[in-house]
Design a protein around this ligand. Structure first.
Ligand code: GDP
Length: 459
């Protein structure tokens, strides 16, 4: 290549690099909320399902400017999201849901598109957007409020929570263990033994329908911190926590170092690098689990929301410079209900978030709420009942039985306790639809999701 050619070529490369943009998208939600299914579907829609019939509300695809997405390399030290394995699970006969990821993982994509207008449309044949998708447990966001409490306050908070109807019985053996504990023993071995018992309790809560708020999040899902000393932590009974004893002193020390060496670095190193965030919420399972569960989900969401409040005096602003500009709250598994219920599901989610999503005075970020199914597992239709068309769903139950049913109505507001006493919500889990890997994964509103999180970056 001539010198002129080389300079021109390099010039083109530089222009392309200068114009290349990055976006780091965080995907979170409490365990079971649908993160694994969501990321699997999102990536598949961007790499294989990019036709306008499949993504009608994703402008760049609809306007035929999308040139495709490809998986891109990533730093080896970062755990990679197991996309290929997940797609294999969905292609099995019968298909099964991929196992949930635990901890932090990432997948990088390179998206190509034609710019619609502006400088790039003239300078380049195509533009690129590097999309980094970061999956992490929502449980870790539940740790943030621990920064605003001291150890004694945290013990009070925890034991208040453990006294709730759906937790009290499970917590009883650990309570008894603490009542008989030697508070003058602050030895490593003893603290570890009691922590092991608390860890078991947390694991039991984790399996209890509607017990969402489990702290410290890293004791339950340690990620890369498994075995770290500050994870020797549990809440003493409030009357024990306030006493000046060896055990309380040791735990206070661990609590403080958990805040300093686990919670703060998570926000500073990881959370602060995210540009956009999707938060998945499984409202339907909470309704199935009853009133206490819905109340606790609401409480957990309030705590999670604190991570997106960047008011001038907010805790987070003191820790780092927030840059998350868009937050999507998605009520997941909307395919468990008939389509005319989606509006109520979205309203219910908004009520659980307890705030008008737009124009919150503290939010620098634009927020949106919608009901979605990352991987649709049902087909919706109508049946004639007494001459009237009634909406219904068909799908496959966990035991492989074929179902054709009306799953029930979704309340548009949080129902009072009396409603749960009269009526049991039963939104059934479904197996994925058969899928052979060649077509786009069926979904509900993933195109709306893509438009909200990427639309403005692909103009
Ligand atoms: P994670 O723990 O947040 O990663 O949640 P998963 O993505 O593993 O989802 C947990 C379970 O919820 C799955 O095994 C499925 O049973 C169900 N699920 C997740 N997404 C969907 C969806 O879009 N539709 C349906 N019907 N079920 C879903």
């Amino acid at each position: 290549m001539s010198l002129f050619g080389r300079v021109k070529h390099q010039g083109r490369e530089l222009t392309s690099r200068a114009l290349e943009r990055h976006l780091r998208l965080g995907v979170t939600g409490l365990s079971g909320s649908g993160k694994t299914a969501f990321i699997t579907s999102l990536v598949h829609q961007l790499t294989q399902g990019d036709n306008s019939g499949n993504l009608p509300f994703f402008d760049v695809v609809q306007q035929q400017r999308y040139l495709g997405g490809q998986l891109a390399g990533q730093v080896l030290a970062v755990p990679r999201f197991p996309l290929e394995q997940n797609l294999q699970y969905l292609q099995q006969e019968p298909p099964v849901w991929p196992p949930s990821t635990t901890g932090w993982s990432q997948l990088n994509l390179q998206l190509r598109y034609k710019a619609g207008s502006g400088v790039r449309a003239h300078l380049q044949s195509h533009s690129e957007l590097a999309l980094e998708i970061v999956d992490y447990p929502g449980e870790w966001l539940l740790d943030l409020p621990m920064l605003t409490m001291n150890y004694t306050q945290w013990c009070e908070f925890s034991w208040q929570l453990f006294s709730k109807a759906h937790r009290a019985e499970t917590a009883q053996p650990f309570k008894q263990l603490l009542q008989g504990a030697d508070i003058n023993d602050g030895s490593e071995l003893y603290v570890q033994q009691l922590t092991d018992s608390y860890k078991q309790l947390l694991a039991q809560f984790h399996q209890t329908a509607g017990a969402y708020l489990n702290q410290p999040g890293r004791l339950l899902i340690p990620g890369e911190l498994a075995g770290a000393p500050m994870l020797q932590l549990f809440p003493l009974l409030p009357e024990q926590a306030s006493q000046n004893t060896a055990l309380a002193a040791k735990l206070t020390q661990h609590y403080n170092s958990y805040c300093k060496h686990v919670i703060k670095p998570f926000y500073q190193r990881y959370f602060s690098t995210l540009d956009r965030q999707v938060i998945l919420v499984d409202c339907l399972s909470a309704l199935n689990a009853g009133h206490a569960a819905v109340t606790e989900l609401q409480q957990a969401l309030q705590l999670i929301l604190q991570s997106f409040h960047y008011g001038p005096s907010s805790l987070l602003r003191r820790l780092f410079k927030p840059r998350i500009s868009r937050v999507l709250f998605a009520a997941s598994k909307a395919d468990h209900v008939t389509p005319e219920q989606h509006k109520s599901l979205t309203l219910l989610l908004q009520q659980l978030l307890q705030q008008p999503l737009k124009n919150s005075q503290y939010q620098a970020a634009t927020t949106e709420a919608m009901a979605i199914a990352a991987i649709r597992a049902s087909a919706s239709g109508f049946v004639q009942v007494d001459g009237l068309a009634q909406p219904c769903l068909s799908g496959t139950a966990a035991d492989q039985k074929k179902l054709n049913y009306f799953p029930g109505e979704v309340p548009a507001t949080v129902p009072p306790q009396a409603v749960f006493e009269r009526h049991k919500f039963t939104f059934l889990p479904l197996q994925p639809l058969p899928w052979h890997g060649t077509s786009a994964l069926p979904h509900i509103r993933m195109d709306h999701v893509l438009q909200f999180i990427l639309g403005d970056k692909l103009r």
